[in-house]
Write a protein that binds this ligand. Structure first.
Ligand SMILES: Cc1ncc(COP(=O)(O)O)c(C=O)c1O
Length: 380
């Protein structure tokens, strides 16, 4: 991503107009009521350490929200407030997978899984997400990769980079697989609030209530437009939660209290600005996907959630890296090669629609013009 960003910035410095569709960072500001809650906490003197687990009121509300959204009430000692979802991935891998053990990761998938696994000395084993399944996760694609060394299975739905939402029946099969092979599951649900209604979101955590093997991860960055705040939450079996808390305590002490007050407001306060953002994302998704589908040579599934589209560019016979570079140089549109997300992402590009409808319309015009200069070499 940073390679594309650097190149885009160089072109901008030369005076080129670049439309940025590469970074998964909302173009909205954090809702006012959330910002106000953080300011109130600062004004009230919340400047000190909190419990490493998090502020009690915040954890209570997280428990209630989990009950409401996922049908079970976790115990208090299962809930850990963390400084962002990214570090949550690291905590879980560090606490659960030793050197020599294997962790199953989605391919294509969020690259942090791979780097965290590497840092912990464990081995990443990518499992494929197939275009023919609209990139939904399938137990049949995971089972052949399980060995006696497999310890942890990472799931992500709604998914980055594809926007795919895996169905309940498929997650039930995957859960059975994890029970059969005694695996932990890390369910990255950071996009759970960003679902557009045409696919049902189901959390695998509901099957286990995070009591035995599921670690549920959520974050505030995306749905609440809080990427710079660094706030997330983990719900996990109590023994695992305790180990992750010790790691957090050792490395960060705690999450800043005013951030936690902001998080409390995000989940309990007025949701009107969040609804406005979601309505806008839906409109952008429809605009983008319909526009991409109208361009000869491109195909695109309708993403059920998150804010990414993952069009198929294989008809042009180019690598996704070459296609992304071409789009940047020729069209001034920054997007990411699917191969950045794993081998299965080759032949696709990720487009993030956290950008205005005007930008998306202009990007579509430019992409269409640039594609028209390419030869369609292959049917897909
Ligand atoms: C699937 C997935 N998980 C986790 C994260 C990290 O989010 P945070 O900003 O909370 O660290 C991202 C961010 O892009 C993501 O796409």
């Amino acid at each position: 991503m940073f390679k594309v960003l650097d190149r885009a910035r160089r072109l901008e410095a030369e005076g080129r107009s670049i439309i940025h569709l590469e970074i998964g960072d909302p173009d909205f500001s954090t809702p006012d009521n959330i910002v106000a809650a953080a300011k109130r906490a600062l004004d009230a003197g919340e400047h000190h350490y909190t419990s490493s687990w998090g502020i009690p009121e915040f954890r209570q509300e997280i428990r209630k929200v989990t009950q409401h959204s996922r049908g079970f009430l976790p115990d208090e000692n299962q809930v850990l407030v963390v400084p962002g979802a990214n570090i949550g991935i690291f905590y879980a891998i560090f606490c659960l997978a030793n050197a020599g053990q294997e962790v199953l990761v989605p391919d294509p998938g969020f690259p942090t899984y791979l780097s965290s696994i590497k840092m912990c000395g464990a081995t990443a084993v990518p499992y494929p997400l197939h275009d023919k399944n609209q990139f939904r996760i399938r137990a049949a694609d995971i089972e052949p990769l399980i060995t006696p060394r497999t310890r942890l299975l990472i799931l992500n739905s709604p998914q980055n980079p594809t926007g795919a939402i895996t169905e309940r029946w498929a997650l039930e099969e995957i859960y059975e697989l994890a029970v059969k092979h005694d695996l932990y599951i890390y369910s990255d649900e950071i996009y759970a609030r960003m679902v557009y209604g045409d696919s049902d979101f189901f959390s695998i955590a509901s099957l286990d209530q995070c009591r035995e093997r599921v670690i549920l991860s959520n974050g505030f960055s995306k749905a609440f437009a809080m990427t710079g705040w660094r706030l997330g939450v983990l719900v996990a079996p109590d023994v695992v939660a305790e180990r992750m808390m010790m790691l957090l305590q050792t490395t960060s002490s705690c999450v800043s209290p005013f951030l936690q007050r902001a998080g409390l407001e995000a989940i309990t306060g007025d949701q009107s600005q969040v609804r406005v953002m979601m309505d806008e994302y839906r409109a952008r998704r429809d605009l983008l996907v319909e526009g991409l589908r109208a361009i000869p040579g491109l195909q695109c599934h309708m993403p059920g959630g998150a804010f990414y589209a993952f069009p198929d560019i294989r008809a042009f016979g180019m690598t996704s890296e070459a296609f992304a570079e071409y789009m940047l140089d020729e069209a001034g549109v920054a997007l990411l090669p699917g191969s950045n997300f794993g081998d299965q992402g080759e032949g696709f590009v990720r487009i993030c629609y956290a950008s205005s409808r005007e930008n998306i319309s202009e990007a579509l015009r430019r992409i269409a013009a640039a594609c028209a200069k390419l030869t369609i070499t292959a049917g897909t």
